[in-house]
Ligand binder design. Sequence first.
Ligand code: PBG
Length: 328
Amino acid sequence: MHFPSTRLRRLRRTPTLRRMVRETHLTPADLILPLFVCPGEEVFQPVVSMPGVARQSVDRLLVSAAEAHALGVPAVMLFGIPETKDAIGSNSWSDHGIVQQALRALSQEIPTLVTIADVCFCEYTDHGHCGVLDGDTVDNDTTVANLALQAVSLAAAGADIIAPSDMMDGRVGAIRDALDEAGYEEIPILSYAAKFASAFYGPFRDAADSSPSFGDRRSYQMDPANRREARREVELDVLEGADLLMVKPALPYLDVLADLRQRYDHPLVAYHVSGEWAMLRAAAANGWIDYERVLMESLLSIRRAGADLILTYGAVDAARLLAAGDGA
Ligand code: PBG
């Protein structure tokens, strides 16, 4: 059957018909809001390259988290801007660390909100690399041992999910063992499994003050050219016990996401990263695109490619649009 008997436009005729045959849906429950926490009180320091995003002290962070949660966003991902940095990032596993403080406050004040703790060292080292240096390179195994310390400290402070983003080999297994040994066998691991060495992280590094002081992250993050290698990365994390799997960035890597959707039944998470989002804000500020529509289309596309959950700086905007009945 073909034209004129087949006419695909028949099912596009009215909004209700379109809604009935819609294949992919976006709800606030699919979204995770990344937040940046810094020391102090009543600090709300806007990030210039990410209009609408700020570094916030714990008291202000609670307000932002509560606002997102009230709109139906189930979880936040926390990044810390610590008081002090050193060569190995030891502040990241301090009981009094800034993320630990935020976790305690969030679990106390908003117990139904799921807190996800990013586990990495780039915000905590004075050189900005994601682990312990040996000469000019990041030493894998020493870093893995420290990641386990950081993960246990974050779980002890109340993190509901532990999310390693460092891209060291063997870290998921080491973190799983350390969590289990410390009595946190019920805490899931969300692995940044296929994380690419991407220029789209630029604005995040302003926000988190985490740019490497020399070189780049290409010796540990993935080559953007490699799709098959992403499967190998994910397979290892699955074998090591990852509960949820992430692809990052999102839009430039939808093929990787779709590929992983076919192969794995794990919940899949995509990170719509700082640069992807900042581009929307910048173009919209120039009047070149409609921010709200492009945001919703981007998020829907990420869901269509196979993501169950999306980390996005636009989570609150999207949740608000969905509540108003706009968007997807
Ligand atoms: C930490 C980390 C980064 C991001 C999330 N966790 C930066 C990096 O790898 O350099 C980027 C997130 C974003 O761009 O929004 N390693």
